[in-house]
Design a protein around this ligand. Structure first.
Ligand SMILES: [Zn+2]
Ligand SMILES: [Zn+2]
Length: 167
């Protein structure tokens, strides 16, 4: 049995929830972590990413334009960032992004195991197949195309790969 299904949505939310907690770490290491900008854009901060500080938190800005705007009123920008972040969570929830093939949540992002056996990091370009109320993240567009042709068969593959990994 695939008993950890229930934990998956929580893991995903956790992965997103740690984004703000780890922004300082991200700034230092350039880790491949997703962040939500105050403008609502989800992006991957890199060494060129600009941050604003409000209270004891840092907020990553998606562009210099957003950073310039945010610098004018960091407190308001921080509120917008938090609101955009909450919207994202709601959006993910409403999408029922119960990703069943998540294997680990690291500071680099949320890892998933594709039906082809490849482990990859979920980002905003990741495509999902849905089967029996669960979502499975596919590592590439090609894998997603394959999987949509035969969801039941490919979900079996996903489960086999996951089981093989946990044994
Ligand atoms: Zn922005
Ligand atoms: Zn794949």
């Amino acid at each position: 049995m695939f008993r950890s299904n229930f934990k998956m949505p929580m893991l995903l939310l956790l992965a997103i929830a740690v984004l703000f907690a780890t922004t300082e770490l991200t700034a230092a290491t350039g880790a491949n972590t997703l962040a939500v900008c105050g403008c609502g854009k989800v992006f991957v901060p890199d060494q060129n990413t600009l941050y604003i500080k409000s209270g004891d938190k840092e907020y990553a800005c998606c562009s210099k334009g957003c950073h310039d705007m945010a610098m004018k009123d960091p407190a308001a920008a921080a509120r917008m960032s938090e609101a955009a972040f909450r919207d994202k969570l709601t959006e993910l929830n409403s999408l029922k992004l119960a990703v069943a093939n998540v294997t680990a949540v690291t500071e680099k992002g949320t890892k998933a195991l594709c039906g082809c056996g490849k482990e990859f990091i979920i980002d905003e370009t990741t495509e999902y197949i849905n089967h029996e109320g669960k979502s499975y993240a596919c590592c590439t567009h090609a894998c997603h195309e394959m999987a949509t042709k035969d969801p039941a068969g490919s979900v079996k593959m996903f489960k086999e790969k996951l089981q093989a990994r946990t044994m």
